[in-house]
Ligand binder design. Sequence first.
Ligand code: ADP
Ligand code: MG
Length: 274
Amino acid sequence: MGTGLPVTTRIAKGGTLLTPLLEINRLSKCYPGRVNALVDVSFSLAEGECLGLVGESGSGKSTLAKLILRLETPDQGEILLDGAPLHALRGRALKNARKHVQVIFQDPTASLNPRLPIWKTVIEPLENYPDVSPSFLSGIRHAKRQMAAVLLDKVGLGPDVLDRVPAQLSGGQRQRVAIARSLSLQPKLLVCDEPTSSLDVSVQAQILNLLKGLKNDFNMSYLFISHDIAAVHFMSDRIAVLKKGRLVDVFASGQLFETRRHPYTRQFTNCQPM
Ligand code: ADP
Ligand code: MG
């Protein structure tokens, strides 16, 4: 294969070999106009792992996120979630698989409905999946505002925001609302696509810390995408580096500063303050 990287990596954690939650095998995507956004990309993400994905603007990071979320379809390759072929599912099977994968985008303003009160936004996924009953909502699955209040509490927002609309919140609060919504179905995998890039620097660290805590509390796996190597280093167990649609380096986060890193990876650590 093109990258020479193993298709499947099993991670030893506490002496146990973990099954991959997500396996990406030889994924390629070319947009009309011959933009090779992704070329022969393979990696795996273990249960409970945070895999960071770093690369400069235009390297294909969001394309990879969109393929995993099935917002785009790959030209070639496989996306396996718990062994199920996410790239090939349709109809009810696709809807059923999709509930396990949620996303937070860069701009919470664009991803929240400006007219919907916050409480309705937060429980929207639960309305789409009436059969899903997350453990942290047990006993109140019928009580919509109460469910919203529980979810908002998980992201550090009080019941005072329930009846507001997004314009009445700060950027950081809006991103917290988007995070609360993404938690509502208790997903296995959370794809974070530049989740702090639109926020004030002072708020970025708060959101990163929140995400880190939630990952453990909710036993989720993360694909954490950013052009900011410091944020990726802070969040991730392993880091994958994308350059012009190709994976050029994958390594444990603690090995970021080793001299054997790919020259492209070293450019990131040389020019950005850690
Ligand atoms: P990143 O998220 O790393 O900035 P993207 O995945 O958004 O990168 O984009 C990768 C490449 O694909 C870029 O050259 C971009 O211009 C192109 N691209 C992204 N989306 C589309 C699209 N819908 N149509 C055509 N080209 C696209
Ligand atoms: Mg992007």
